[in-house]
Design a binder for this molecule. Structure first.
Ligand code: SAH
Ligand code: SF4
Ligand code: F3S
Length: 458
């Protein structure tokens, strides 16, 4: 079998990153090996996202840039996968004449068969069929990057929550959970390959297994915690309405569970939350957070926000800023509201002008930046255990290092903070650290976007 090169461009969330590994994994038996060199590729896949309009545009502009490459190499197979593919289906073939294959979010396991057909007869294929349950659920041995110490493991797909702004339920389908045995099998396989940390993925991991009556998410975590050789567990995303007491307690009980939760709140105003169909109030959210902090006092909390949701008034936006000041997040992602196809909010009145959305976004980010800086400064002098992810390169803020890139490293703390550190000083006799080791780091420098330290003896 001739060796063929596969180039994958991934846009979007961690699920797409995970799916890219699956795509590479299912195509490996056909002779495709991953490449970073698009010119050398025999097949190009763009794994797309449609969460906001900009993400969708990114997918089409990438495909646009392929025109030249395809003209020079007509045998190149061009495929679009992911959420834009699911949303647009046939329309992509009309809009992009050189696209050979459009495959939706439920079609990854059908890829080998489709690619074989295209190789044999150069036909054009669209497969956006969706299924209720995850019918094929075997762990795929997708390739790991060199030195990779952390991996994503999808535990469920789809979403049943229908937040009014969101396209995900329409492009990922109904919520369906994988069987715990398959999940554990996949984690063990990754650990055998050298992975030390897993991040369990789902749009709402808190409702894992409910539909199928499998087990609760907290029970799944307990089993994952028992996997030998695994060092750390993370998960994302947690929907506040389904954050159970059982899960809160897990933070106090499971030694491998990282002290970090990503708990998207979206807005600090009850009326907006209602119209977003989030099904929790500001006070319920704050209550759950208080209980989490009781069980796990050093838990880091991050969140997602949407500014400029239809009808959002200045006063309502202020409520969001007040919430941020109350919670004092360790970090956040904030987005300007974007109309999405099939999402009910696209038809809501009271659209907020782009200029106002921009101003609100900036005000929110400025506030968080000052909180982050203060929180970073308060970490100076603390010792944090990090999982070493690899050597640091090309860093902007160069404190704490000594100019030699070979002896600066990146490590991730349980709280999810990245800490850059050096091993080459008198305090630390051990000069070499292997990626994938745990190390104790004394934090010495704190900046708005980075933390610096040195290794101390654990
Ligand atoms: N399942 C996760 C979020 C997935 S989408 C959850 O429930 O929190 C990631 C983030 O994108 C969302 O948290 C939201 O902040 C943002 N987002 C989703 N739809 C959006 C839209 N139409 N416009 C702007 N931001 C959006
Ligand atoms: Fe979208 Fe809401 Fe589902 Fe998250 S929970 S994916 S925001 S519909
Ligand atoms: Fe984007 Fe699809 Fe993820 S729309 S955010 S890639 S689920």
């Amino acid at each position: 079998m001739r060796e063929k090169r596969l180039y994958i461009n991934t846009i979007g969330c961690q699920m797409n990153v995970y799916d890219a590994g699956q795509i590479a994994g299912v195509l490996a038996p056909l002779g495709y090996t991953p490449t970073d060199d698009i010119e050398a590729a025999d097949m190009v896949v763009v794994n797309t996202c449609t969460i906001r309009e900009k993400a969708e545009q990114k997918a089409f502009s990438f495909l646009g840039r392929l025109t030249k490459i395809k003209a020079a190499k007509p045998a190149l197979i061009v495929a679009m996968g992911g959420c834009v593919a699911q949303q647009e289906g046939e329309a992509v073939l009309k809009r992009m004449p050189y696209v050979d294959l459009v495959f939706g979010t439920h079609a990854i396991f059908r890829l080998p068969e489709m690619v074989r057909r295209i190789e044999a007869s150069r036909c054009r294929i669209v497969d956006v069929r969706m299924t209720e349950a995850i019918e094929i659920d075997r762990p795929v041995d997708g390739p790991l990057d060199e030195g990779q110490v952390s991996a994503f493991v999808t535990i469920m797909r789809g979403c049943d929550n229908y937040c009014t702004y969101c396209v995900v339920p329409h492009v990922r389908g109904r919520e369906a959970s994988r069987h715990p045995d398959r999940i554990l099998e996949e984690i063990r396989m990754r650990v055998d390959q050298g992975i030390r940390e897993v991040t369990l993925l789902g749009q709402n991991v808190n409702s894992y297994g409910n539909k199928e009556g499998l087990c609760s998410f907290a029970e799944l975590l307990e089993w994952v915690n028992g996997v030998e050789g695994l060092g750390r567990i993370r998960f994302t995303t947690s929907h506040p309405k389904d954050l159970s007491d059982e899960l809160i307690q897990a933070f106090g009980r499971l030694d491998k569970l990282c002290h970090h939760i990503h708990l998207p709140v979206q807005s600090g105003d009850d009326d907006i939350l209602k119209r977003m169909n989030r099904r929790y109030s500001r006070s319920v959210y704050l209550d759950k957070l208080a209980r989490l902090r009781q069980v796990c006092p050093d838990i880091a909390v991050t969140s997602d926000f949407i500014v400029g949701f239809p009808g959002e008034t200045e006063r309502q936006f202020q409520r969001t800023l007040e919430l941020i000041e109350t919670v004092r997040y360790d970090g956040l992602f904030a987005f300007m509201y974007s109309d999405r196809p099939n999402a009910p909010a696209a038809k809501f009145s009271g659209k907020v002008p782009e200029s106002v959305k921009k101003e609100r976004l900036q005000a929110l980010l400025d506030l968080q930046q000052s909180i982050t800086r203060e929180k970073h400064e308060a970490m100076v002098g603390q010792v944090r255990k990090v999982l070493v992810e690899g050597p640091s390169r090309g860093l902007g803020e160069s404190a704490g290092g000594n100019g030699n890139p070979d002896i600066r490293w990146n490590g991730r703390a349980s709280s999810n903070h990245i800490i850059h550190f050096s091993t080459a000083d008198a305090h630390c006799p051990k000069k070499e650290i292997l990626t994938g080791e745990f190390a104790d780091i004394m934090i010495e420098g704190a900046y708005a976007h980075s933390l610096w330290g040195r290794r101390v003896q654990g």
